[in-house]
Design a protein around this ligand. Structure first.
Ligand SMILES: [Cu+2]
Length: 221
C-alpha cells in the first residue's frame, strides 16, 4: 500500500493517476518549503527591528530573491506541462468506449467490437445485494481489457454531464453536440467506480459510473 493508501485515500489504478500523485507530491515540496521560509521570516521580522543597516541598497539580495523564485516556478511548470501532454496522449489500437450522458443515466457503446449502445442505470437501494455499494452500483457496466489504452469519447444528449473515475485520474465533460476524448488505461483487472461530476439536474447524484477491466483473453471471450 502506498503512502496515500495508508492515509485512507485511493491507490492509483492507472499510469496517469500515478503521475498526478507524483506531481501533487512534487508541488507540495515547493509549497511547504515556501510556507516554512515565509513563516520563519515572519517570526524573525516580529522579534527584530524592522530596519537594518545591511538591507539598505542590498543589490545582491534583491537579485537573489528575484531569480530564485523564477527558477522555482520553472521547476513547478515543467513537470506540470509534461503531465498535461501525457493526459492528451491518444492510443492507436482503435478500441473506443463511447459514454453518452442522459438525464439521469449513462449509455455506452464499444463500436470497434460491435457492442451497440446499452443503458447503465443505478441499482436502487432496495435491490442491492450484500456487499454492493449504495448509490454506486449499476445494472449494466462496460467491460474493457486492462493494460492497454482505450480512447474514451464522451458526449451528452441533454445537459452537460461529466464522466469521471477518480482512481484513474479521469474527469471529462460530456457536452451535447460535442465529442471529448481521453485515454484510459488500467494497471490491473477489477471494477472501478465513479460518479457524474457536473451538477446536471435533480437526479445528478444517481447516475454512477462503473467500468470493469478484464485480461485481454477474458475480454475477447
Ligand atoms: Cu450528470
Amino acid at each position: 500500500m502506498s503512502f496515500w493508501g495508508a492515509m485512507n485515500l485511493m491507490d492509483p489504478s492507472s499510469p496517469i493517476q500515478s503521475e498526478m500523485i507524483l506531481f501533487h507530491d512534487h508541488a507540495m515540496i515547493l509549497l511547504i518549503g515556501i510556507f516554512v521560509l515565509v513563516a520563519c521570516l515572519g517570526v524573525k521580522l516580529c522579534v527584530n527591528q524592522v530596519s537594518s543597516r545591511t538591507t539598505h541598497e542590498a543589490q545582491l539580495l534583491e537579485i537573489l530573491w528575484t531569480i530564485i523564485p523564477a527558477f522555482l516556478l520553472v521547476w513547478l511548470a515543467l513537470p506540470s506541462l509534461r503531465l498535461l501532454y501525457l493526459l492528451d496522449e491518444q492510443s492507436s489500437n482503435g478500441l473506443i468506449l463511447k459514454a453518452t450522458g442522459h438525464q439521469w443515466y449513462w449509455s455506452y457503446e464499444i463500436p470497434s467490437i460491435g457492442i451497440s449502445s446499452f443503458d447503465s442505470y443505478m441499482i436502487q437501494e432496495n435491490s442491492l445485494q450484500n456487499g454492493e455499494f449504495r448509490l454506486l452500483e449499476v445494472d449494466n457496466r462496460p467491460i474493457l481489457p486492462y493494460n492497454m489504452t482505450i480512447n474514451t469519447l464522451t458526449t451528452s444528449t441533454d445537459v452537460i454531464h461529466a464522466w469521471a473515475i477518480p482512481s484513474m485520474g479521469i474527469k471529462m465533460d460530456a457536452v451535447p453536440g460535442r465529442l471529448n476524448m481521453m485515454g484510459i488505461q488500467s494497471f490491473s483487472p477489477g471494477v472501478f467506480y465513479g460518479q457524474c461530476s457536473e451538477i446536471c439536474g435533480a437526479n445528478h447524484s444517481y447516475m454512477p459510473i462503473v467500468v470493469e477491466f478484464l485480461s485481454l483473453e477474458d475480454f475477447i471471450n
